[in-house]
Ligand binder design. Structure first.
Ligand code: SF4
Ligand code: SF4
Length: 384
């Protein structure tokens, strides 16, 4: 079993979430506004411009699932069930401290779940168009961005100026660049950075509420790792390099990402919402802020969009840039949109890019760990 390279002060994702509870409580007690969010499509700049802190409500943990299944069907994605379970049982302090919820109509399960959340707390649901390219898609989505601005203004009794939004765009773009540069350390061969650290830091950073401090931390860690690469790794042999694709992996970091590395490969990058899917694309700072925000978020390559050609384009670029030897797709159980894309993605990876592909469907339980280990082990051998 290989040891994973981690910094001395490494904090696991569940631990980072726990530590964030107290930080958020203190923020809330200081009078700060808090908006709970779920998805990469959330225009965070508008929340910032309302002087509110966005906090992710995407929960993990098997124990949140049974309470959710009292209301929601069992054959729903674990991310949806865990998030709902955490909210309805008051186990999720992030939901508890949120003044309101900001959600988007992405997949069917999520949008129906939001109807139930709306019974507990003010929930603003942004209607996403079903595709990025249809005539009127951008105009419609832009009107949804404007509607969000109005709702935030009414809910908090404030006015959100264009100047405030433009300021927030600049800050979030700086954050995006810092995150992207950190991801790019994984492209060095051999990678001086564990994919387990990468996935953990990026998802834990959702709970680092001071954006300036977050940027500072990421820039420091990127510099440390780059120096480490030149001193200790450059020119040395590399383990097989894996690119992760598919659904968000924050709920299966230990079960899949950590195991890949323990079994002898390096996870070097993520083509999912725990990766640069949204970060690689900045908001245009030269345009009217609402138009720029609408354009930017509509470009996100999620499988909820039909068609979704940008995913293959990004995947192809990342396979080259991160020098991947294989792609492992993680599909959360009952995520129909990503599952339906698997065949297309498999053909693209194996036939056009000429590297092996493995798709794993899993949930937040540990019952399939043995089976997953066997499949991962065989795949790593294939790449070696
Ligand atoms: S995978 Fe799609 S629906 Fe899920 S968080 Fe990402 S953008 Fe949102
Ligand atoms: S992983 Fe799939 S089913 Fe689950 S919330 Fe995201 S898009 Fe929906």
């Amino acid at each position: 079993m290989s040891e994973i390279k981690l910094p001395q002060d490494f904090v696991s994702y569940p631990e980072a979430r726990k530590q964030a509870f107290m930080k958020l409580k203190a923020l809330k007690e200081s009078g700060r506004r808090v908006v709970g969010t779920f998805c990469t499509y959330t225009p965070q700049e508008l929340v910032d411009a309302a002087d509110a802190t966005p906090v992710s409500l995407c929960a993990i943990g098997e124990d949140n699932i049974p309470p959710a299944e009292k209301v929601l069907p069992k054959n729903l994605c674990p991310l949806i069930k865990a998030s709902f379970g955490g909210a309805v049982t008051d186990r999720c302090p992030f939901f508890y401290f949120s003044d309101m919820v900001l959600a988007e109509t992405t997949c069917d399960g999520k949008k129906k779940m939001y109807e139930y959340l709306g019974k507990i707390k003010h929930t603003h649901v942004m209607q996403l168009p079903p595709g990025q390219f249809g005539e009127g898609a951008l105009a419609f989505w832009k009107s949804e961005v404007e509607a969000l601005r109005k709702d935030l203004e009414q809910f908090y009794g404030i006015t959100i100026s264009d100047e405030k939004i433009a300021e927030a765009i600049k800050l979030r773009n700086r954050e995006r660049k810092a995150i992207l540069n950190y991801y790019k350390v994984g492209a060095l061969k051999p990678s001086p950075l564990s994919g387990y650290e990468l996935n953990t830091i990026i998802t834990s950073n959702e709970y680092a509420f001071d954006i300036e401090k977050k940027i500072e931390f990421l820039e420091k860690r990127t510099a440390e790792l780059t120096e480490k690469y030149h001193k200790e790794y450059e020119g040395k042999p590399s383990r097989p390099r894996v690119l992760i694709s598919g659904c968000p992996t924050h709920g299966v970091i230990d079960k899949v990402i950590k195991r890949i590395e323990e079994l002898g490969a390096d996870v070097v990058g993520f083509e999912n919402c725990c990766g640069p899917r949204e970060k690689a694309d900045l908001v245009d700072e030269t345009k009217d802020p609402i138009t720029a925000i609408a354009e930017k978020y509509l470009r996100i390559n999620c499988s909820v969009m039909s068609p979704n050609p940008g995913r293959l384009e990004t995947l192809g670029n990342m396979i080259d840039e991160y020098k991947a030897d294989g792609v492992i797709e993680v599909v959360l159980m009952a995520c129909h949109t990503f599952a339906a894309e698997t065949s297309t993605v498999k053909d693209f990876v194996t036939k056009e890019k000429g590297i092996p592909f493995l798709s794993i469907t899993t949930d937040y339980s540990t019952t399939d760990q043995g089976q997953i280990d066997t499949r991962l082990g065989a795949f790593i051998e294939l790449m070696s």
